[in-house]
Design a binder for this molecule. Structure first.
Ligand code: SF4
Length: 75
């Protein structure tokens, strides 16, 4: 059975690593040694339903439009 899942994507060609998104979404993001956001669970950042609003806030507030939410379907 396939299921649509929300994922957060970080465009590192835009991100300046100041970390605002890690303050908005500490449940999903941490800063690496250089200050850039990385997913707590690894490269794919799955957004649970309960954090969809906060994830959208992070997208909206990113000063460099480096974040994107997308629905992916996995089987
Ligand atoms: S808020 Fe945007 S620019 Fe700032 S660290 Fe997060 S992704 Fe990068």
């Amino acid at each position: 059975m396939s299921r649509a899942q929300l994922e957060l994507h970080i465009d590192f060609t835009r991100c300046d690593g100041r970390g605002l998104c890690t303050e908005i979404l500490p449940e999903l993001l941490v800063r690496d040694d250089w200050g850039y956001p990385v997913g707590r669970g690894g490269r794919d950042i799955h957004v649970p339903d309960g954090l969809a609003g906060a994830a959208q806030d992070a997208v909206d507030l990113c000063p460099l439009q480096a974040l994107m939410l997308r629905r992916v379907t996995r089987s």
